[in-house]
Design a binder for this molecule. Structure first.
Ligand code: ZN
Ligand code: ZN
Length: 421
């Protein structure tokens, strides 16, 4: 019999014959898993990498959370789905526009398409900022669809989220927005809902609070990865096909001797060269939760008015710590970005260097640990791991947004999936 297929944004996916769980581990530089495994903290993952599929993939640049989560959810790069960061600048109104609203999405998601085709879909995120975009065009209700964040789990309703009384179900209190528990709640809820509903498709997306503060191999990081390993083992025991990937990596961005963040303040430089008000530096990492990174990442875009942008690009490229400077056209071709949401220049910092606007506009008092962050090309390598063999998979050129392709089109599922209980 011909297997049923669902087409989403020009890609075709087979109907799942076991529950699919795709996990996006925020900021999961590959070294976190390698170190945790080598130190004996992830027995399930160590086994899954041996017996399943163990690859490294490229994520989307800018290596930020929203563009990558939306790429995984749609199977396509930002040039198709339209989300290139948390912010873009509207030169007509002079306003910074936040791209968190679903209205900014330019294509549908795999979740909504499968739901439309009759699948039961469950989406759980750590932070609420992602929840509305990932739930775009989804229908909510028992047996149909669920989408909520652990941040606002206590406010979830049947009408808006397809679920209520989440805290009772999970048996955990509402976690603090800056905590490891915010991510743990995602997995605890995922396991409970897999047991209760056995949805066809589940997407679990964490927050990188731990990775911003702790390097691979550190005790806190290892405990965090051990926690996840335990939940994945439970999902595996329920017969789920599990694909693990990340939205981006994470690197140290500070001086190793002093612990001070390494920052190139672009707006100050450009104001000095072109005059004030001629250029506008946008840092698309900026969002309402900047405490753990001070809005410092390794990617910036610059809007210009009446300025020789080639001259500015040349001068920026000479600055120590700047790795790449591209015109809008070049950046959009190379990184598959939507031109109307990118400035005239794209600037990328070296591995250990972040890009800021001006020193007085970054509040770094919340940085209790030496800065670790992301955004640049040096955070593009992420894990792409599945607890099943992938039949006929070409491992070159894999992207993190191939996660559902891997799970639905390549997983060799066990002939007798384990019973749900
Ligand atoms: Zn992230
Ligand atoms: Zn982050």
């Amino acid at each position: 019999m011909e297997r049923r297929k669902v087409e989403v944004n020009g890609r075709e996916y087979d109907w799942p014959d076991a529950p699919i769980v795709v996990v996006c581990i925020d900021g999961s530089e590959p070294d976190y898993m390698d170190r945790a495994i080598s130190m004996g903290h992830m027995p399930w993952l160590a086994e899954a990498r041996q017996t399943g599929t163990d690859c490294v993939a490229d994520c989307v640049v800018p290596t930020f959370t929203n563009p990558n989560n939306l790429s995984i959810a749609t199977g396509r790069p930002p040039s198709v789905h339209g989300i290139a960061g948390n912010f873009f600048w509207n030169p007509e109104t002079g306003e910074e526009v936040m791209m968190n609203d679903p209205a900014f999405l330019r294509c549908g998601t795999i979740f909504a398409a499968f739901q439309e085709a009759g699948a039961q879909v469950t989406v759980i995120t750590a932070k609420d900022k992602l929840r509305r975009q990932l739930g775009y065009e989804m229908r909510f209700g028992k047996g149909v669809g669920i989408c909520f964040s652990s941040e606002k789990a206590d406010q979830a309703t049947l009408a808006e989220n397809g679920i209520e009384d989440v805290l009772d179900l999970v048996g955990m209190p509402i976690p603090d927005v800056y905590s490891a528990e915010l991510s743990e709640f995602v997995f605890a809820a995922g396991v409970e809902l897999m047991r209760r509903d056995r949805p066809d498709i589940m997407y679990l997306s964490t927050t990188d609070y731990i990775q911003h503060k702790h390097a691979p191999g550190a005790e806190v990081a290892n405990n965090f990865y051990a926690m996840m390993d335990g939940y994945w083992a439970q999902l595996d025991a329920m017969g789920c096909v599990i694909v693990l990937t990340a939205d981006h990596g994470m690197n140290a961005k500070h001086d190793p001797a002093s612990g001070e963040p390494k920052v190139v303040y672009l707006q100050s430089l450009l104001d000095g060269w072109a005059g004030e008000g001629k250029t506008r530096v946008i840092l698309p990492i900026t969002d309402p939760y900047v405490v753990h990174h001070g809005a410092l990442g390794s990617y910036a875009t610059v809007y210009m008015r009446g300025v020789d942008s080639e001259e500015m690009a040349r001068r920026l490229f000479e600055i120590d710590g700047i790795m790449e400077v591209h015109s809008k056209g070049e950046a959009c071709r190379r990184y598959e970005l939507p031109p109307d949401r990118v400035g005239d220049l794209v600037v990328i910092g070296e591995c250990d260097v972040t890009l800021g606007t001006s020193a007085e506009r970054h509040d770094l008092t919340g940085l209790t640990e030496p800065l670790r962050s992301h955004g640049g090309v040096t955070e593009q390598k992420v894990p792409l791991i599945m607890n099943r063999v992938a039949a006929g998979l070409k491992t070159e050129g894999l992207r993190n947004f191939d996660a559902f392709d891997l799970a639905l089109n390549y997983a060799v599922t066990k002939s007798e999936p384990a019973a749900a209980e």
